[in-house]
Ligand binder design. Sequence first.
Ligand code: ASP
Ligand code: MG
Length: 403
Amino acid sequence: MLRVLKFGGTSVGTLERIQNVTEIVKKFRNQGDDIVVVVSAMSGETNKLIEYANHYSKTPNEKEMDMLLSSGERVTSALLSISLNEQGFEATSMSGREAGILTTSEHTSARIENIQTKNIKDAINDGKIIIVAGFQGVSTTNHRVTTLGRGGSDLTAVALAGALKADLCEIYTDVDGIYTTDPRLVPKAKKLEKISYDEMLELASLGAKVLQNRSVEMAKKLNVNLVSRSSFTPEIEGTLITKEENIMEKPIVSGIALDRNQVRIGMYGVIDKPGIASSIFTALADAKINVDMIVQTVGTNNTTNLDFTIPSSDLKKTKKVMADFKSDSKNIDYNDAICKVSIVGVGMKSHTGVASKAFSALANENINIRIISTSEIKISMIVDEKYAELAVRSLHDAYELEK
Ligand code: ASP
Ligand code: MG
């Protein structure tokens, strides 16, 4: 079988860690697998290079930044190859260009356009283990080296796995998989054996540190079987992220996500006439503000109340936009002492009573739900931030996710 193995920054963070990766690669090789490895830069390396550039300039040329930043991954790819060679394994490192990764020319945030797999396929046929420097490619227009944005090595791995039709793309970090919820909040949280792409994307706040969201989207598009596992405990199997059809027993609820970085904006006493919501949300969209939940309720005297949420990082921009709408309402209120708790599961589609169980669980704890929104596989609720942990714990209990 063909395996793509991707090792993140902490997995190659020291010379000893690279030695440890050598052992993992050797084990699969000795089973007879074909192997393409993708590596990140050693942890902290990319940040250090950015600091070096900032020593000279706050606005360094982006082509030069790509030349600089792509070097971190090249170092690890060569070191891992040298280490494998020394142990008698035929390995060869490749830069993004050598691996045939063709991108747009948006330097520092290029998108992969196409992968020419000839070099890699030839090397596989020659019996080599290929070690690709992640996070980089080459522009099809100006032919310079490009990088794919922070965390982009995951994308390299998924894109290669898709192009090579690999059987598996294993992403190694220092976390051994995806859990039913954050184990720091709920110690009895359980590691999931399998989860669908869509659930994974909805549970982003659980997996964000583990898998880059863009790479999960790409895995879904290219139908790549992804595994999240740890290079620190390689004996543990990890979590398979795959298409829904591959999951036989679909749990009604797979996990509980918590997002603390939300702000709730309330507009009270909005004049009730057509076009107000349209102009507000158009202005927010034009400012590239990511509005999440929206609720409109009836107020008094021909007015309505409009509530919506945004990520905390967009608060400044939002206040600026909302300044233009001051005269359209009596009062605009910003509340960042809230959080969003979400229940995610593909089995929800075919079951009733999932939402009522959540509401009862929170009611039993006397937690007031401020806003509710639902989709096919998700129920999200806004509650006061002081109840964040209690809400997650009581929901985890209500759906018996520890079982
Ligand atoms: N080294 C790059 C970064 O830190 C890419 C990666 O590790 O995925 O963003
Ligand atoms: Mg990463």
